[in-house]
Design a binder for this molecule. Structure first.
Ligand code: NAP
Length: 239
């Protein structure tokens, strides 16, 4: 049996991934978010607001009997504030970095500390974004957080290689443009705050968004076949 910890398992990509893993019967899923939307015998919910990472200090990853592999998917993410620098709400800036970068760093630190010495296969997947690779007006904090997540993951991979911890695999994966609540809030943005908003409305109107279920299948492919994935930072579009 494998145990997957998934942040943001209540919606979108996280929920689709949790449900896909649960459907295969050899996974237990622990979802970490503010709301619970999954009911399943092998699902455990941890109610947590990741915008308050100081509360994570007491959080402990649980060991499960008969578990032969642990997975952490840092998926929870927010895109607000969408506004040009100078017009952003300052609390929103702090919340975004806390959810998208600070909490994933603390959870990863705790996860490695808890499981790395067990010699069981361990995987960490950080859900990044194409916006971590290029500047997008109105998305400065989001771009910076996802860029940070990519480099954080690469640094972790460097440390794992140095220590020859071949049982640990880490990835930072951009999911593409996916039909979730996050895309809905992007489409609702004013042009003054985000110049390319029409492009995202067009993606939606032309039915060009991936479904969360499609992204979940891709993520499971990575989890189940790490030998096929040599890169650390890549996109769902690449395979
Ligand atoms: N959709 C896209 O096109 C797209 C593109 C590139 C990257 N991504 C990335 O994909 C990931 C998943 O996003 P999604 O599109 O699936 O969005 P979504 O449907 O809005 O889901 C976001 C998830 O994050 C959780 N979350 C948000 N704030 C939280 C907080 N303070 N504490 C705990 N959990 C919190 C939410 O749970 P609660 O509200 O229950 O707390 C929810 O489960 C994000 O990292 C996003 O940046 C998405």
């Amino acid at each position: 049996m494998k145990v997957a910890y998934i942040t943001g398992a209540s919606s979108g990509i996280g929920k689709a991934t949790a449900l896909l893993l649960l459907s295969s019967n050899n996974y237990k899923v622990v979802g970490i978010s503010r709301t619970k939307t999954i009911t399943h015998a092998n699902y455990t919910h941890v109610n947590f607001d990741l915008s308050k990472p100081e509360n994570l200090i007491d959080f402990k990853f649980k060991h499960y009997e008969n578990c032969n592999s642990y997975i952490l998917i840092n998926n929870a993410g927010i895109i607000e504030p969408i506004a040009h620098i100078g017009n952003q709400n300052n609390q929103d800036i702090a919340n975004l970095y806390n959810v998208n970068l600070v909490s994933p760093s603390i959870l990863t630190n705790k996860f490695i500390n808890e499981f790395a010495d067990k010699k069981l296969p361990i995987k960490i997947i950080n859900i990044s974004s194409g916006a971590g690779k290029r500047a997008v007006d109105g998305w400065s904090t989001y771009c910076a957080s996802k860029s940070g997540l990519d480099l954080y993951t690469e640094t972790l991979n460097t440390e794992i290689a140095l220590k020859k911890q071949h049982h640990i695999k880490v990835y930072s994966i951009a999911p593409g443009v996916v039909k979730t609540k996050m895309q809905q809030s992007i489409r609702e943005t004013k042009k003054n705050d985000f110049n390319s908003v029409q492009k995202f409305k067009d993606y939606y109107n032309n039915d060009e968004l991936y479904s969360p279920e499609y992204v979940a299948i891709k993520l499971k492919l990575v989890i189940d076949n790490p030998e096929l994935f040599k890169n650390v930072v890549f996109s769902v579009r690449d395979f």
